[in-house]
Write a protein that binds this ligand. Structure first.
Ligand code: MEV
Length: 317
């Protein structure tokens, strides 16, 4: 990486978005696509932003004020004073900016790394992750930390929020192909998370049952991944999608893309990320199946990303 540059990975949550906010374990993978941030001197005080990321229409406009707040939170956490000498931030890379794919976390991690490098701060990954978590608060309010963790460390991760978060690396014997399908709808994670909280408070008994099953699914998925049993992983993803429907974070478009993926042979498919729109994820081992599922989704007029889960960070850098 050049001086003042930093990278942050996109992510796909395989199991338990939303449930993770309440301390239920989740499984997340960084994906091969990433955001690069570049810091350069700026003639004025404060900061200026050049966002060159490819994006879902309206994504950048909708997120601009949250993005600015996110930068300010990170500057504060890093103790940076830009009132005398400003900086220019450029965002680019091959991760398109869309909901559900970790675009906000990837940009927080990339910016944190780039700032640390520019100001010669020599920070560890754990410190970068903490700064990016602060930055994520600008977008989510109360993030669980799962997204910035995947964006920072890369690879496949078991993540559980707690007094001290559990972050365990998981392994797949070889990286597995996935397809990410974009509904094209920009969503606000904060609204999605608030909605779950309100409904959970109104229907504690129903939600407790769904949350208990989500916890169960995390452990079953952990075992299936450990055993390399992808068919079981796929079935559990399908079941996880049902639970996400029950807590009302899916949408008509997401359910449609999930059924297109399954009908064209995906061994599992579910929404990924905050839901209500944004992206879905299909497990499609092998290039042939991956192409088939991606083509089926594209034929319906939706954009896809073909990537893998379980690749190590080194293999994509
Ligand atoms: C968003 O990518 C994941 C959520 O679980 C929110 C969070 O964990 O902070 C919906």
């Amino acid at each position: 990486m050049k001086k003042g540059h930093g990278i942050g990975f996109g992510k796909a949550i395989l199991f338990n978005e939303h449930f993770v906010v309440y301390g239920i374990p989740s499984i997340v993978s960084a994906i091969g696509n990433y955001t690069v941030a570049k810091i350069e001197p700026y003639d004025h005080t404060g900061f200026t932003l050049l966002d060159k990321r490819l994006a879902t229409p309206k994504y950048k406009e909708d997120k601009l004020s949250q993005q600015k707040e996110s930068f300010e939170l990170m500057f504060k956490k890093m103790g940076l004073d830009l009132s005398k000498k400003g900086i220019s931030i450029t965002l680019e890379g091959n991760l398109y900016a869309a909901s559900g794919i970790g675009a906000s976390a990837a940009s927080c991690v990339a910016v944190a790394r780039a700032l640390a490098d520019y100001f010669e701060m020599n920070l560890s990954d754990d410190e970068i992750n903490e700064i990016a978590y602060e930055g994520e608060k600008g977008y989510h309010g109360t993030p669980s930390g799962v997204d910035n963790t995947a964006s920072t460390y890369g690879g496949l991760i078991w993540f559980q929020k707690g007094e001290k978060n559990v972050i365990d690396r998981m392994t797949l014997s070889i990286p597995v192909e996935i397809v990410i399908g974009n509904t094209g709808k920009v969503t606000d994670t904060k609204i999605a998370v608030d909605g779950v909280r309100q409904r959970k408070e109104k229907n504690p008994k129903k939600y407790q049952e769904v949350f208990d099953r989500a916890e169960n699914i995390a452990y079953l998925a952990k075992r299936a991944i450990h055993d390399g049993s992808l068919q079981d992983v796929g079935k559990l993803m399908n079941e996880n999608h049902k639970l996400l429907q029950q807590i009302e974070v899916s949408s008509r478009e997401l359910d449609f893309l999930v059924s297109v993926a399954r009908d064209s042979g995906a061994i599992g498919a579910k929404l990924t990320g905050g839901g209500l729109g944004g992206n879905m994820l299909a497990l499609t081992p092998g290039k042939e199946l991956q192409n088939k599922v991606a083509t089926a989704i594209e034929k319906e007029g939706f954009q896809t990303v073909k990537t893998v889960i379980g690749a190590s960070r080194e293999s994509v850098e």
